[in-house]
Design a protein around this ligand. Structure first.
Ligand code: ASP
Length: 305
C-alpha cells in the first residue's frame, strides 16, 4: 500500500477563534502538500522523495511554522531546524539553526546523502547548503506580519494560551512507498520567543523524527523540550521493536500517557510497515492529513475532523 501522512503542527487556534476562511486556508495548504507527496509515490518515487516534496510545500506556505512563516526568536530572527530519515538503511540527516536556507528539509536530505555526518548546525550548515547549490534567501524573507505580532505579544508577557502565542506549527511527513520503504521528515522554526541558539526536537533523530522499515516512521510536533527528554519518535519505535506493541498502542502510550503526564503538549504522525497510519495528539488539535492507495484521503484539524 502507498501511504503518506503529513502534519502542520499541534496546538491549533482554539476552535472558537478559528474563522471559516482561516480554517479553509489551513485545509487547502495541508491538502496541497498531501497530494503532492502522494503523487510522488504514485509515479513510483521513493518514500524519502515523497516526504521531502510534501514538507517543501509546507515550508513555502506562510501559514505553517517552517520555512517562510516560521516563528521568530526572542531577537526577532528566524532560525530553522529540520531532519529526514530513511527506514530501509537508517540513513539520517539533520540541520539546526540555519537562517538563510529556503528549504531546510532539502538541506537535511543533502546532509544525509552527501556528507558523512548526521547533524550540521549554524554557519557550517549554511556553508554546506552553499556548496550543494541550495537556494538561500535573506532572513527577512521568512518573516511574516503574523509572526512579528505573535512575538510582540510574547515579549510583553501576554498570558494567552501557550499554543496560540507560540503557534506550534511545525510541519512533517511520513510515507511508505511501493517497495515497502518508510521515511520521515520534520521541519520547524521552533517556538516563538525562543532563545537564539535553542534547538528543539525536530532535528534530533529519535526525538522529532525516526524511521525503521521493520516498525514505523514517525514525525513529531509539540513542545520540543519534552519531546527530546522522552525521545518520542524512538520510544514509539522501541515499544514496537522490543515490546511487541502495535503502532497505535505505542504512539498512545508515549503521547497520551508519558508526555501528557509530564505536561508535554503535542502529537505525532506515523506510518507502519504495512502502510497503516496512526496520528496521536494530546493538544486540542493537530493540523494533519493522510492519503493511501486504498482510496483514503483525509485532512483534519480538530479531534473529530
Ligand atoms: N517541536 C517544535 C520545537 O520544539 C515545535 C513544534 O512542533 O511546533 O521546536
Amino acid at each position: 500500500m502507498l501511504t503518506i501522512a503529513i502534519h502542520g503542527g499541534a496546538g491549533t487556534l482554539p476552535r472558537a477563534e478559528m474563522t471559516p476562511s482561516q480554517e479553509a486556508a489551513y485545509r487547502a495548504g495541508l491538502g496541497a502538500a498531501l497530494d503532492a507527496g502522494f503523487e510522488v509515490l504514485e509515479r513510483g518515487g521513493s518514500s524519502v522523495d515523497a516526504v521531502t516534496a510534501a514538507v517543501r510545500i509546507l515550508e513555502d506556505d506562510p501559514l505553517f511554522n517552517a520555512g517562510r512563516g516560521a516563528v521568530l526568536t526572542h531577537e526577532g530572527t528566524v532560525e530553522l531546524d529540520a531532519s529526514v530519515m530513511e527506514g530501509r538503511n537508517l540513513a539520517a540527516g539533520a540541520i539546526a539553526g540555519v537562517s538563510h536556507v529556503r528549504h531546510p528539509v532539502e538541506l537535511a536530505r543533502a546532509v544525509m546523502e552527501h556528507s558523512p555526518h548526521v547533524l550540521l548546525i549554524g554557519a557550517g550548515a549554511e556553508e554546506f547548503a552553499h556548496a550543494r547549490g541550495l537556494e538561500t534567501v535573506p532572513n527577512d524573507w521568512f518573516k511574516t506580519e503574523v509572526r512579528k505580532a505573535q512575538l510582540r505579544r510574547v515579549l510583553v508577557g501576554d498570558t494567552r494560551p501557550a499554543n496560540e502565542l507560540s503557534a506550534l506549527g511545525t510541519v512533517g511527513a511520513v510515507a511508505r512507498d511501493g517497495a515497502g520503504n518508510l521515511a520521515a521528515a520534520t521541519s520547524t522554526g521552533g517556538m516563538t520567543g525562543k532563545r537564539y541558539g535553542r534547538v528543539g526536537d525536530s532535528p534530533i533523530i529519535g526525538a522529532g523524527t525516526y524511521a525503521d522499515n521493520r516498525c514505523c516512521a514517525v514525525s513529531a510536533t509539540g513542545h520540543g523540550e519534552y519531546f527530546i527528554r522522552t525521545a518520542v519518535a524512538h520510544d514509539i519505535y522501541a515499544r514496537m521493536a522490543y515490546g511487541g506493541a502495535t503502532l497505535q498502542a505505542a504512539a498512545d502510550a508515549v503521547v497520551m500517557d508519558r508526555l501528557a503526564k509530564m505536561g508535554g503538549e503535542g502529537g505525532i504522525i506515523a506510518v507502519g510497515a504495512r502502510g497503516e497510519v496512526v496520528m496521536s495528539f494530546n493538544s486540542e488539535g493537530m493540523f494533519r492529513g493522510s492519503r493511501t492507495s486504498e482510496g483514503r484521503r483525509e485532512v483534519a484539524i480538530y479531534r473529530d475532523h
